[in-house]
Design a protein around this ligand. Structure first.
Ligand code: FVH
Length: 294
């Protein structure tokens, strides 16, 4: 593809991420139209060559491909509902974070209005956009993914997770669940040591290699939960409960709120209460995987 045959694209939403996406399109020669609910946020992009649409209707009408990178699911409908009919014959690529069900709802809504729809989940920060270290997960129409692949690869390494439109979002939110739990655990640990004068910076330097090494255990843990074989245990529920009791007590001794680790202890205690104390601690997965706890 040469610079001149690159497809014109509209980007809706000029927050940190929408601006990065639009900037990458401009840099690679796409005629780029931008729109933002609050006018004026596109000034830098206009200086780089973008066209700022004066209305959402003009923005949608401007190009065959419309990329939404807005705040949330509601903001997509708030922006596009009034111009839904104008989406007919166009491709809507949604990179706004939504739940899987919301992504499926949007796909149906777009198709009902005659548009192709592809859902995406960005696993990157704005400065990473345009580098292969950024990853964007896509799901939904395979034909749309294949057809727009050249453009998608400008932003990031693109992966396709199947025709279920909700899948990209599901994987995204599942990974973010792990990330936020880890961040809360890190901050809890930082607060514990800070009470005795260790800075968060010093703690980070100690915690980083340890926590990174711990991720090496993921495949073995995954094997345990995939097979559902929790005995003999590598680390038993009972043994882990003792460690967790110590962490919770030490946290309180430091005057630090123990809630992040107390939540884990609660999951482990439930295993003891239901007769699984001698099983592998990863059996907490069985409680997590259904809302009716086992
Ligand atoms: N930034 C990041 O690191 C993450 C990486 C992973 C994926 N996310 C998701 O990307 C979506 C946009 O994120 P963002 O960083 O660009 O977000 P903001 O800088 O807060 O900009 C939000 C834009 O949304 C517009 N907006 C908000 N509410 C509405 C509405 N009701 N109707 C129309 N537009 C709306 C807002 O416009 P304005 O406030 O300037 O008028 C911004 O353009 C997001 O889903 C992340 O989860 C980014």
């Amino acid at each position: 593809m040469t610079t001149t045959d690159r497809e014109p694209v509209t980007v809706l939403g000029l927050g940190a991420m929408g601006s990065a996406l639009a900037g990458a399109l401009i840099d690679t020669g796409h005629a780029t139209t931008v729109w933002n609910r609050t006018p004026g946020r596109g000034a830098d992009l206009v200086a780089r060559g973008a066209i700022e649409a004066q209305s959402i209707r003009d923005a949608v009408a401007a190009t065959p491909v419309v990329v939404a990178c807005l705040y949330d699911h509601d903001s997509i409908h708030e922006s596009l509902d009034s111009v839904a009919a104008d989406l007919r014959g166009r491709t809507l690529i949604n990179l706004t974070t939504t739940t899987p069900q919301q992504a499926r709802e949007l796909a149906q809504w777009a198709v009902d209005h005659g548009a192709d729809y592809l859902d995406g989940a960005i696993m990157a920060t704005p400065p990473m956009i345009g580098s292969p270290a950024a990853v964007i997960l896509y799901s939904g129409s395979r034909a749309t993914f294949d057809r727009r692949r050249g453009m998608l690869d400008i932003w990031a390494t693109s992966t396709y997770d199947g025709t279920d439109t909700g899948m990209a979002s599901l994987i995204d939110l599942a990974m973010l669940s792990g990330m936020y739990s880890m961040f809360a655990g890190f901050l809890h640990g930082a607060a514990m040591v800070e009470a005795d004068g260790v800075s968060a910076k010093e703690f980070a330097a100690r915690a980083m290699p340890f926590l990174a090494a711990m991720t090496d255990a993921f495949p073995a843990i995954a094997e345990t939960v995939d097979t559902g074989v929790y005995s003999p245990p590598e680390q038993s529920v009972q043994w882990t409960a003792t460690v967790l009791d110590s962490i919770v007590r030490a946290s309180s001794d430091q005057g630090v709120d123990p809630r992040p680790i107390a939540m884990v202890r609660e999951l482990v205690r439930h295993q003891i209460e239901t007769g699984h104390g001698s099983h592998d601690v990863y059996r907490i997965y069985e409680s997590l995987r259904t809302e009716t706890r086992t």
